[in-house]
Design a protein. Structure first.
Length: 649
């Protein structure tokens, strides 16, 4: 029996299996407060206070954006929460599908609502009117009783005039998107936080969600007054979708205006909404005169009032309609026309498109061709060959469109990955600068209260931002092949002293003991001094950052190598360590061994990638060894003199 979710009867067997599996997972829970861990079935979870991710988050964003106005601040808060939750839903759905070995979309979906219930988000009640399908016609209508977001507002004694369950919408649409393989978005139309009886959601493809909401309210007119201030969420993806829809509509508009066939866009009542120039010529009246006319009147001799209902029913059931009829122009002239019906999307509303082809002359020709059967067969063969050529051209065009679409998707994913890794690190120092600058502005009237420590924090944040930008510029130079070496002779002892002086504050900040083992008299080397220094600072910075109250060591020596004497630098720490299977990923741009470390420890994932490239430019290498929970060792091996290496080559 289902206890953690309510679904239509036809889905209950799959959801019962998921309920049993997810229940076993959450039964294996282990809390270890002294290690700050909560483990569920061997995976680490986090407890987040519900109010902090809802009512308090909205209030914080509204304070930050108070100069932009309440509506813009509300939009930013909604978009951020939705995109974060959407990404979480995608990740969790793929993880559960892999662990449960699920392939069927409904089966992949089944674990989501049950996981929702166990993790304290909400109970899920899926309406029997839902039509989940792995294509753009996906439609899901569901309620979230006991939503943590609406409960947070109610418990805080606050009343809103807009739906607040944004993370519920984002997480559920992300889970369904991963399960069905199509882009999906969910919108909350009713919310208990604003006094409604339910927290009710509609989910669908971004291109159809507005139409689904319109159709739902058309069928539930008593709810129209309650559905207020909802919005289609999305922060990074929304503008791209709008641009794509706008571009597609412009393309359709060009085709519509230039079409040689008469085109009529009809509403659900059978009235003409728009007509193209060819339709104006066919019916011998202006386009404005055609607007608002009944379609049945224009083709009265073809079935009258019965024609439009038949076409509408066929299009809704099969997606197309084909018939012949007689069109009557304003001057009384009649035409035999071929009538095709199809769906058409205009201004986020579903309409019908009637395509009228004047086949009067064709019909006359057919009468003549009946008297010359041989000529008819020849023309049919020629037309068939022409259609085949057109079909081949269409297949070629379709292949090109698919290839272009795949390229666009790859580019979009690369852009999204970059933004996801960089946006937080770029915004955090900027927010610090802005926040402390405002604080200093507020206190500028009383110079005695000005805290010079705040200026230090501003400088620190600015330096951090500068480092990030420098890393990005270095990566750009590397990828463009414009990074150059500047070889010079320098003393290793002096370089080590400079590096240690730079790193000591970071080591003290994390209560780390810094141990330096550099033999006196290391002598001079002929390398790129700046790049060698950057390599050492990057490695020591990482060691200090991922080590807390531990030991960070630096060992520098000269050793014999296969191709002569070489400089060997080892950086060792007792920090968090890394899974050996993922060590190589550390040297890829914008990557860390565990993506969660980006948020916890900071960093862009560029330092090691740049360091390896520098070492290889100087004919050296970087090797890494690590044990999770015990620490890591990074060893850099460089030739003593770069000139001699290049001469030998």
């Amino acid at each position: 029996m289902l206890k953690t979710v309510r679904v239509p009867p036809r889905f209950e067997p799959l959801f019962e299996q998921a309920q049993e599996y997810v229940g076993r997972i959450f039964a294996e829970r282990r809390d270890v407060p002294d290690k700050a861990t909560i483990e569920v079935f061997g995976q680490r979870y986090m407890l987040v206070r519900a109010r902090a991710m809802s009512v308090e988050f909205f209030e914080m964003v509204q304070r930050l954006y108070r100069d932009k106005g309440q509506d813009e601040a509300l939009g930013v808060a909604r978009s951020l929460l939705f995109d974060i939750a959407h990404a979480m839903g995608l990740a969790d759905a793929n993880d559960f599908a892999e662990r449960m070995h699920l392939q069927d979309p409904i089966a992949r979906l089944s674990a989501g609502p049950i996981h929702f219930s166990h993790s304290g988000w909400a109970f899920v009640d899926i309406s029997p009117d839902s039509r989940p399908a792995p294509n753009e016609s996906f439609y899901l209508l569901y309620d979230h009783p006991y939503s943590f977001e609406s409960d947070s507002w109610i418990d805080a004694g606050k009343r809103t005039d807009f739906p607040v369950c944004v993370m519920n919408a984002g997480y559920s649409s992300g889970w369904c998107e991963a399960s069905f393989g199509v882009p999906l978005v969910a919108t909350e139309i009713l919310c208990r936080a604003k006094g409604d009886e339910h927290c009710r959601f509609i989910m669908g493809h971004p291109s159809r969600i507005e139409g689904y909401i319109h159709d739902y309210l058309h069928g539930q007119p008593h709810l129209a007054d309650h559905v207020t201030r909802y919005e289609i969420p999305g922060f990074f993806s929304r503008k791209q979708q709008e641009d794509e829809l706008r571009s597609r509509e412009e393309q359709y508009r060009g085709i519509f205006e230039a079409g040689t066939n008469a085109l009529l866009i009809l509403d659900e009542a059978g009235l003409v909404v728009q007509a193209n120039p060819a339709a104006s010529r066919l019916f011998r009246c202006s386009r404005d005169d055609l607007a608002g006319r009944r379609f049945a009147d224009l083709l009265a001799a073809s079935g009258g009032a019965d024609l439009f209902p038949r076409m509408r029913a066929a299009v809704h059931e099969h997606g197309h309609f084909l018939s012949e009829g007689t069109a009557t122009a304003r001057d009384g002239r009649t035409y035999v026309v071929e009538l095709r019906g199809a769906r058409f999307r205009l201004q986020n509303r579903d309409h019908l498109l009637a395509v009228l082809t004047d086949i009067t002359e064709q019909k006359r020709a057919q009468l003549a061709l009946r008297q010359a059967h041989d000529e008819l067969e020849q023309r049919v063969r020629e037309r068939t060959a022409e259609l085949e050529r057109l079909n081949q051209q269409l297949h070629l065009l379709n292949s090109q469109l698919v290839s272009a679409r795949d390229s666009a998707i790859d580019a979009s994913r690369a852009k999204s990955a970059f933004l996801a890794n960089m946006s937080h690190e770029l915004r955090t120092p900027l927010n610090a600068i802005i926040g402390y600058s405002e604080l200093l502005e507020d206190e500028s009237g009383d110079s005695d209260r000005l805290d010079l420590g705040d200026l230090g924090k501003i400088r620190g944040a600015a330096r951090h931002l500068l480092d990030l930008i420098n890393d990005i510029l270095d990566v750009s130079k590397i990828e463009a092949g414009k990074m150059e070496l500047f070889v010079e002779d320098f003393a290793v002892d002096e370089l080590v002293q400079e590096v240690v002086a730079t790193i000591e504050p970071l080591a003290r900040k994390n209560d780390n003991q810094l141990e330096i083992a550099a033999r006196p008299g290391l002598g001079a080397v002929a390398l790129d001094r700046t790049k060698v220094k950057q390599i050492l600072i990057n490695l020591l910075s990482n060691a200090c950052k991922f080590t807390h109250r531990g030991v960070v060591g630096l060992r520098v020596s000269r050793e014999a190598g296969v191709h002569g004497e070489q400089l060997v630098v080892a950086v060792q720490d007792t920090g968090i360590g890394i899974d050996p299977a993922r060590l190589e990923e550390l040297f890829q741009p914008f990557r860390q061994a565990d993506e969660s470390t980006t948020r916890k420890y900071g960093g862009t994932g560029l330092g090691l990638s740049i360091s390896r490239h520098y070492a290889e430019m100087m004919h050296g290498r970087i090797e890494a060894r690590s044990v999770p929970g015990q620490g890591s060792t990074f060893t850099v091996t460089l030739p003593i003199a770069l000139h001699s290496v290049e001469a030998a080559e």
